[in-house]
Every structure is written in C-alpha cells, then in structure tokens.
Write a protein that binds this ligand. Sequence first.
Ligand code: SF4
Length: 343
Amino acid sequence: MPEFQATIISWYHQNKRNLPWRETTNPYFIWLSEIILQQTRIEQGTSYYLKFIKRFPTIKDLAQANEQEVLNLWQGLGYYSRARNLHTTAKYIYFDLKGEFPKNFAALILLKGVGVYTASAIASFAYNESKAVVDGNVYRVLSRVFNVETPIDSGIGKKEFQNLANELISSEVPNIYNQAIMEFGALHCLPANPLCEKCPLQFSCLSFAAGTIKIRPAKNKKVKISPRYFVFKIAQDAEGKIVMIKRTEKDIWQNLFQFPLFEFTSQEKKATFLQAHNFDFVSKENKHILSHQHIFATFVFQRVKKINLQQGEQKLFPSQIDDFPIPRLIEKFLEKESAQLFS
Ligand code: SF4
C-alpha cells in the first residue's frame, strides 16, 4: 500500500470517532447520514440521524410519510431543500425502483439531491466501490500535503482535486480510506490550527515545508451575501387563535410555515413601517445567518377582535404550532417569547 494511504489509514484506526453510520453498510442509512451531514456539523447531525432511522427505519417508511412530517423531523437543520429531495428520492426508490437502492456510483449519481461527493460516499461505504470522496476536509488535506495552488472553487480545481483523489484512493479498502482522509481533515489537519507538530505526514507535507498552510486551500471567490429585512406579524384574536401561512414560493424555507410576513428592501423602510404602527409588542431585531443571506427579522404582536384570513392563511391555537414545520429563526423566537406572548 502506498505510504500516503498507509499513514492516513493507520492514523484513522488510532483516532477515529465512533459514529453510528460507520457501523453499517446499509445504503439507505448511509444515504440518510450523508444528506443530513451536508452543511451540518456532526455533533448536530447525529441526533437527527438517530431520529430519522428510528422514525423511518426503512426506505418504505420514509417514502410513505407525508412531506410535512419529514419537514417537521428536519426542523432546525436548515437547508430544507435537502429534506424535500430526501423525501422525493425515497418515493422514487420505493415506488419506481421497487425499493431497490441503486447499487453503484453510476446509478446513485442519477438520484435527486445526490452529487458526485454523496454518490462516491455511498458507493464506497455501502458497496466498497473504489470512488474517491472529495469534501471540504479532503480539499484541505490534499491542497496542503501536495501544496496545490489551484483554487478549489474553480472548474479546473474541482477536476484536478478529483483526479488527485482518484489516484490516491486504495483499491483494497476504499471505504476505510475515504473515511480516514475525511476524518483526518476533520480532526487533525484543521482549517485554522492544524496539528502539524504531531502530524504523521509532516515530513511529506509540501505546504508545511513551503510555509503555505494558511493559504491552502486556495479560493477564488468571496460568497456574496444579500441582506433581507423581515417583519413577522403575529395577530391573536379574541378566541386566542393566531395565523400561519405556508411558504410556497421558490425561496428559502419553501413549504415551511411562518407568521404573515412583510419584507422590505432596506432597513430604513422597515423602520418607517414599524414606527407607523402601534403594535402591542415589538421584538428586538434577530439576525439570522444563512449561507448567502443575512436575515434581519423583527416580530410584532397585536391583539385583535377578529382575523380576516387572506389566501393561504390558516388559524390555529399557539399550542398547535408544533404540528407545523417552521424555520429555525421562528422556532428560536418562540422558545424565548411564546410563554410571555401567549399567556
Ligand atoms: S503537516 Fe500540518 S498541514 Fe500538513 S498534513 Fe499535517 S496537519 Fe496538515
């Protein structure tokens, strides 16, 4: 076995975490864990994985669930398109493929919500197929060990790293090698403070020798962040009921529920709106950070005699909110304020 592979695998055997999806070769469980862990930290993702496999132990259970139940279970993880794709794909596998989970990379990559990384992960972990995974951890390790200057967010960079990863993967134990290099990136070759002083790769690490660790991996672009200014209006009628509405537009939080929303193009316009009304309660502004958007949200509350429902709105008691999937921003607000607001 070439030295790089042997070193990474030996490090892995001594340092790996015991994670529940590493105990299985069931492609359904592995797929669930991979979708949950996209853009989610392992500490947070583990409890969701356990909840999902408990509630939906087979692909049939997930396929037969309704979308609202899936979104409810997903609540708090963010990036809800992942949950919707998960559900669509479960239905496709159960109803169209007769419950047969695709058995190799070429078939896995055709599934909705499954890209090269996820298809490689399932193919190698479930079927031991020799397909190299390249996630953020692998980019970092390879860019440092081989001192690669090509930006990882360029088309050419993506190809170059995938080719390099394909050359390095073990053909005997691709599953263990893939886990090992990702784990090495996650626990040892850390983004800000890599543990170079006690690194088994230190003598072969070209970035360590060249003093370029801090600028690896190289990136081209800065992500453009758009600010959005929200006011959520909670009106409660004489019966104690409030209003919620489903977000149906193609935007963040599609198919989740929220209080009626006013959105403004600037902070000034939002402030003018708030000053022009006499609400019973106006919350502090809550800043909610998404990958490409920063949401500045204020919640206002007003008691009213009667509520005239607008299209798509529904009335419910505050105690029923738990039955609906809602964005984490609203969930956090309710955790703090609902006892006081709805007392
Ligand atoms: S020497 Fe440092 S930068 Fe190089 S692989 Fe080890 S931890 Fe990463």
